[in-house]
Design a protein around this ligand. Sequence first.
Ligand SMILES: Cc1ncc(COP(=O)(O)O)c(C=O)c1O
Length: 410
Amino acid sequence: MLNDDFDTGLNPETFAPETLAVHAAIRPDPHTNAIAPNIVMSVNHSFLPNEGAFSAQGMEDISDSPFLYAGWTNPTVRLLEQRLAILEQAEDGLATASGMAAITAVFMSLLKAGDHLVISDVCYAAVYEFATQVLPQYGIEVTAVDTSCIKSVQNALRPSTKLVHIETPCNPLLRLTNIQEVSLLLKNSGILLSADSTFSTPVITRPLALGADLVIHSLTKFINGHGDVLGGCVLGSKALISKLRSVAGIYFGASLSAQSAWLIMRGMETIYPRMKTLCESAQTIAEWLENHPKVLRVLYPGLASHQQFSLAKQQMTFFGGIIAFQVEDIELIEQRFAHESRMFYYAYSIGHQRSLAVVLKTDDLDKSTYRFSPEQKAKFSREAGKGVVRLSVGLESPTDLIRDLSHLLR
Ligand SMILES: Cc1ncc(COP(=O)(O)O)c(C=O)c1O
């Protein structure tokens, strides 16, 4: 039977989150006393005739069910789900094959034709494209607004609005959304709030405690933290997670593999020291960049120059590992990062132990993703200029990273 009871002898009320990240839900194997979790690779589990389910709907709530088929979950994946739920202090969790699988499961489970979605006008490109280009094909209406402005969110709401989806800090502009303010706006309206907290992780911000209904992570990023696995998760109430499980796992087939779940569990045990180290390095680097004569602007929530610095101090315990900055000659810096950097791998993605960098040009984002109106482009350009260099700071010494940046910005 699934053990859905999070009681591991570790009471979240009395143990620090750093301790829970290492110990929660882990018990020695009853047969071998092994203390690292086992990987269960089996896709199927035998069951008695009256225990099986005939349709995905019958299997939405797995809490009291035996394991049957890895599409719903698997013992190793379930352990990850429980441990993630403990980290975010959520009732339940669903692990998926990628962050995108988690987000599309949320949209496709909670929205139907005629419903309306409000989404951040700057967010991870694939989420923006899916919301604005694919959802309308299914009759779902979408409004993209600057969710850092509560008035814009309020003005976008309609009687048919069912979901507000925010990303804080957002990719790649590092704008914040005030989670508590948006959740208060939506209170008693029946509109759900989902927060993509990939840039923050549970170490930095707890969206559920601030009133969000669902928190989403790309586990590919900081939570796994080693750049060697794809994964995603959604955490929230048991009722909402049950609703998502059959869509994500059975209908979309986006279940996480047991091997990936095991790697993510290993990575997330060290999330506290990793985040602390890389956030401190990112702060040092952001301050250094801000004083560099070749840098036009730095976007980082930990700088007093960030337009939401006071919200950052209120909503974030650290300011994250991602920095965006502008320089005059974006073509030159792109070439230098790609060909001359000794510390930053020129690559997409974020949240690895190794530092990564990529140049995101405003014109390219416009053509591929945002399809801006002239006013929208002007607004985006006020923050991003012709484009930004996005750094994902890793675990190297900040001194070495700064020496490399100094060479690239010569
Ligand atoms: C904020 C954010 N959310 C979601 C995703 C998607 O995650 P995945 O690549 O695991 O599908 C990304 C990917 O970069 C991201 O930056």
